[in-house]
Every structure is written in structure tokens, then in C-alpha cells.
Design a binder for this molecule. Structure first.
Ligand SMILES: [Mn+2]
Length: 357
């Protein structure tokens, strides 16, 4: 089933006759438009894209199946959409309540001759098609190569943000449009902060370094984490938790398949960490779905009871974080299939010592 049909199924179930898309990710998904500006309106019979002159020609070329409107000061978005509302007899339009600001919602509700209703269309993006999976695979392969490069590049005494900059530069030179999100480089005790952005701290011999990063290719993200040692690996506690996290991650990946409940996959990994006595130090979800956004629903959380479907791409990323000591996280991107899970990121996961003394 195609994207427009999926959208219309939800519209019909919610008694709305149209959906107004305002978010970057959904405008890109439905019309190839990645911008804060412009609108995509899907009705039961038509697809409309409304943009200003900066985007008009490109959007027209990329949307042969749509009617593209040019908006300007005279022919405003509200005028264009009110005419569609009248012609197509629309009495309720869905909107993205997780994107539209309250001010904008109030203004639209005042100016549009229809009712606005919050609708969640993000779920349509959860199952990826062949092209999307191929694009995510490309983004994963770039991340793999970047990791191999950084293991060779990183030296004792380098600052975390030097490593982050080099990593992003390498990915961009090798096919990435940009990074998926701000690169995390957390060395030594900073490793106990799961989302520590790269800082000016120098990496010392014996530090464990957690690198969490990803490449974006045609707006699709990869998201990978590896923890490794620099100089030497002599912190016995970190070496121990490394093995626990690795085993938890492998158990988590093995549980990924069509029909599995997200919470059960979370539990497959979490129970390994709990049994080892580190349950209190694994403070976040096992993972999340991945696509145009780096974090999408459904999440691999203890309370998510929905089931996985073939074609979903998820991250599996258990971690253990011990305050003032450090932390370990290992993350892969995994394609849900009807049988064995397909791991899209392939970088090694044995404990590596970079710039060995
Ligand atoms: Mn992640």
C-alpha cells in the first residue's frame, strides 16, 4: 500500500477529509520537501503542495502527482486552503499537534473555514519500503567506515571535540549529507552521562570512550554507538560491564522480529543487565525506531506493548552508567524481518584498545 492510501485510511477512520502536514519529516515523506516553510495537504482525492517562490519549481518537478500552489503576500496560504476547503467540501482537517505551535494553531483555527483536529500520522513512517531501507543501509555503512577511521585517528591527549569534528568531516567526505545529530564523545568519567556532547576534555590513557553518532543520507539517519579504550584497558569494573552490555545487546538483537512486542525485546536485554546486578545503572529505553528522524516511535521501552512489523528499523542500545566511574553503551541499527533480524551496522564489537601504549 502506498503512502497516500495509508494516510487516507487514517483520515477515514477519524472522520477527517484532509491532513495538513507542517513538519519537516512528514513534508519530506509525502512531497520531498525538507523545509520549515510550505505545506502539504492530502485530501481523499488529491495531494496539494503549497510553497513560496523559493521552492515552487523544485516541488513541481518532484510532485507530478500533486497540484502545486504558489503562495505569496496576495495569495496567502489561508486563501488557497480555504478555496480547497470549499471546493472539496472539507469540514474537518487533521493537523500535526506535535509540530504546529499553539500560536499557529489558534491563528489557523480562526482563519480557516473548517475544524482542525489533532491527528498522529507519524505511525505511517514506521514500516520502511525498499528504497528507504537501502538509504538507511547506506547511512549505516558510512557510520561503520567512520568508526574504523576514528579508531586509527584517535590519539592519547586529543580533545573530545577534535574527535567529533574529524568523525563528522570523514562522514561528509564519504557520502553523508550531514550528521544525524550532535556527535556524542564521552571519555573517562564523562562516560557515565549517556548523552554527553563532545567537550574540550582531553582523552587520557586508560579512558574508555563512548562514541554515539550517525550519518544522514537523503534525510535518512543511521545511529550507532561503540565504547572502546584508549592507550590501555585496565579499569576492571568497566571491562566487566562491557561484557554485560555486549551480552545484553546480543540478546536484544536476537529478540527483534516480526510479531515481537517492543517491551519484550527491551526485557530480553534489560534482564541480562538486571541479573548482573546493574539494573539501576541502565536508566533509559533499550532503543527507538529510526528513519527520517533519529528518534521515531515506537520505542523499545518496558511499557510499549505494540508489536514489531517487518520493515521497521530500530536501534538496540543497552548501556550501563556508573557515576564518577564511567559507562559503556553499544548500539546497532536493526531491520525487523519475518525471521532473523538483519543488523545494518557492522562495526566490530569486541573490546578494542585504540592508540595502544
Ligand atoms: Mn540511538
Amino acid at each position: 500500500m502506498n503512502r497516500l492510501e495509508n494516510c487516507r485510511l487514517i483520515l477515514a477512520a477519524c472522520n477527517a477529509q484532509a491532513m495538513l502536514f507542517t513538519s519537516y519529516h512528514n513534508k519530506f515523506y509525502f512531497a520531498g520537501l525538507y523545509s520549515s516553510s510550505g505545506y502539504v495537504l492530502i485530501t481523499m482525492n488529491h495531494k496539494y503542495v503549497i510553497v513560496d517562490s523559493r521552492y515552487y519549481h523544485e516541488v513541481q518537478q518532484n510532485n507530478r502527482d500533486a497540484q502545486v500552489f504558489l503562495m505569496d503576500r496576495k495569495n496567502t496560504f489561508e486563501c488557497i486552503i480555504n478555496k480547497i476547503i470549499k471546493d472539496d467540501k472539507i469540514d474537518m482537517i487533521g493537523f500535526e499537534s506535535d509540530d504546529l505551535t499553539y500560536d499557529r494553531f489558534e491563528s489557523l483555527q480562526r482563519k480557516l473555514h473548517t475544524l482542525l483536529k489533532p491527528l498522529d500520522m507519524n505511525q505511517i513512517r514506521a514500516v520502511k519500503d525498499k528504497t528507504e531501507i537501502e538509504t538507511i543501509q547506506k547511512a549505516c555503512t558510512i557510520a561503520d567506515r567512520a568508526y574504523a577511521y576514528i579508531l586509527d585517528f584517535i590519539k592519547i591527549g586529543m580533545r573530545e571535540n577534535e574527535v567529533a569534528n574529524e568523525l563528522v568531516y570523514f562522514m561528509k567526505k564519504n557520502g553523508a549529507d550531514k550528521e544525524s545529530f550532535d556527535t556524542i564523545v564521552a571519555s573517562g568519567a564523562r562516560g557515565s552521562m549517556p548523552h554527553a556532547k563532545a567537550s574540550g576534555k582531553s582523552i587520557e590513557s586508560g579512558d574508555f570512550v563512548t562514541l554515539d553518532f550517525g550519518a544522514k543520507v537523503n534525510q535518512y539517519c543511521s545511529d550507532m554507538t561503540r565504547t572502546f579504550a584508549v592507550g590501555k584497558a585496565d579499569n576492571k569494573e568497566i571491562i566487566k560491564i562491557y561484557q554485560v552490555v555486549l551480552e545484553a545487546q546480543q540478546k536484544g538483537i536476537q529478540a527483534v522480529r516480526e510479531g515481537a512486542r517492543f517491551c519484550d525485546v527491551d526485557n530480553a536485554a534489560r534482564s541480562v543487565i538486571e541479573k548482573a546486578g546493574y539494573g539501576a545503572y541502565f536508566s533509559h529505553n533499550l532503543g527507538h525506531s529510526l528513519g527520517i528522524n533519529d528518534h521515531e516511535d515506537p520505542r523499545l521501552s518496558p511499557v510499549e506493548t505494540r508489536c514489531m512489523k517487518a520493515g521497521m528499523v530500530v536501534t538496540v542500545e543497552p548501556g550501563i552508567y556508573i557515576p564518577d566511574v564511567g559507562g559503556v553503551r553499544i548500539e546497532d541499527d536493526v531491520l525487523v524481518t519475518e525471521s532473523e533480524p538483519l543488523v545494518l551496522t557492522g562495526a566490530p564489537k569486541n573490546l578494542i584498545i585504540a592508540d595502544k601504549e
